[in-house]
Design a protein around this ligand. Structure first.
Ligand SMILES: Nc1nc2c(ncn2[C@@H]2O[C@H](COP(=O)(O)OP(=O)(O)O)[C@@H](O)[C@H]2O)c(=O)[nH]1
Ligand SMILES: [Mg+2]
Length: 325
């Protein structure tokens, strides 16, 4: 049983779907042991091209991703898809819908689709997503598409893992476009007006153009985000989107940072800070809960013995000083 002797990392690199599926589930569940596997996988990452697809619920992200996968498969590219939905902490309706929408690819071993709900207690959506991206990257997927609901800060952070971020809106959102988080707007490399079969696509186009132009100076390295129209449900505009993604990819490659080192450093900086933050919260909380100190402090505050500020100082500061020396 030579196969049984293989490490989990070796199996992932060999493309073993069951190992990858289990690993991603463990990442989602925040099982600490996966870190050892991720360490072994890291040297095998960095080859995939990561695309973020973000937008409000119902704009057609999953429909679009399904079509994109289809096009990439025709080009004989392999694809990993991660559907990230923090609004649906248990495998709820949205994710079930995504599965159904993409299930025509379920028998194709060039495609791997999973959803992440991040069941962990202390946040860390961005971290889980990055780890899952690393796994699909090490598995050898050419493209990794991350679908996220564009609602909060978490999504802004998630899309930072992508090389090209596509923001999807639909006609008739009107003033709602104003509600697109500023951070999300800045993170957009390409804007796509989906459901262009509906009325109001032109107005949405103009509104978007104006908003993007106002923030023009903020855009990276001379790339002016194009606005495209599509009808994902009818596979219209999808090919053009993929071409524009390649344009952006080429743009990134020929910009003043030819080897992408500065960009990579920036990404690593974000990733490491995020990882540290998560680990800190996780490790500290675990220990405080296990030792009973946390509950003692809760009792002390609740009974009026002390205030939460002092309790927090008490739980953390003395230890932290010793740790950081
Ligand atoms: N009219 C129209 N409906 C679409 C189009 N693209 C997707 N839809 C529909 O919009 C609904 C939501 O799509 P879905 O992909 O689940 O959206 P998500 O929540 O952003 O992932 C589904 O019923 C789709 O069939 C389109 O181009 N035109
Ligand atoms: Mg969806």
């Amino acid at each position: 049983m030579i196969n049984a002797m293989k490490s989990a990392a070796e199996k992932v690199i060999a493309g073993d779907v069951r190992t990858v599926a289990r690993l991603i589930r463990d990442i989602d569940d925040k099982i600490p042991e996966v870190r050892e596997v991720l360490k072994d996988l890291y040297p095998h990452t960095g080859k995939a091209y990561v695309i973020g697809i973000t937008g409000a619920p119902g704009v057609g992200k999953s429909t679009l991703v399904d079509q994109m996968v289809n096009h990439y498969r025709k080009q004989e590219k392999t694809v990993g898809v991660l559907a990230v939905d923090p609004t649906s902490p248990f495998s709820g309706g949205a994710i079930l819908g995504d599965r159904i929408r993409m299930q025509r690819h379920s028998l194709d071993d060039g495609v791997f689709i999973r959803s992440l709900a991040t069941r962990g207690h202390f946040g860390g959506l961005t971290q889980s997503t990055r780890s899952a991206i690393d796994v699909l990257d090490a598995m050898g997927k050419d493209y990794i598409i991350v679908e996220t609901v564009g609602v909060g800060q978490d999504e802004v952070d998630v899309v930072k893992s992508a090389q090209t971020t596509v923001i999807i809106v639909i006609p008739g959102m009107g003033d709602d476009i104003q509600a697109i988080k500023a951070g999300i707007l800045e993170a957009g490399d390409i804007f796509l007006i989906n459901k262009a079969d509906r009325e109001g696509a032109d107005k949405t186009f103009n509104d978007l153009r104006q908003m993007i132009d106002m923030g023009h100076n903020k855009y990276n390295e001379g790339w002016k985000p194009p606005i495209l129209k599509a009808e994902a449900a009818f596979d219209r505009g999808v090919k053009e989107l993929l071409e524009t993604i390649e344009d952006h990819r080429r743009h990134l490659m020929k910009s003043e940072d030819p080897k992408g080192f500065r960009r990579k450093r920036e990404r690593v900086r974000e990733e490491l800070a995020e990882m540290l933050k998560n680990r800190l919260v996780q490790e500290v909380m675990e220990r405080l809960l296990e030792s009973g100190r946390f509950d003692k402090a809760v009792d002390a505050v609740a009974s009026g013995e002390t205030d939460p500020y002092s309790a927090c100082d008490d739980l953390l500061l003395s230890k932290l000083d010793a740790f950081l020396k």
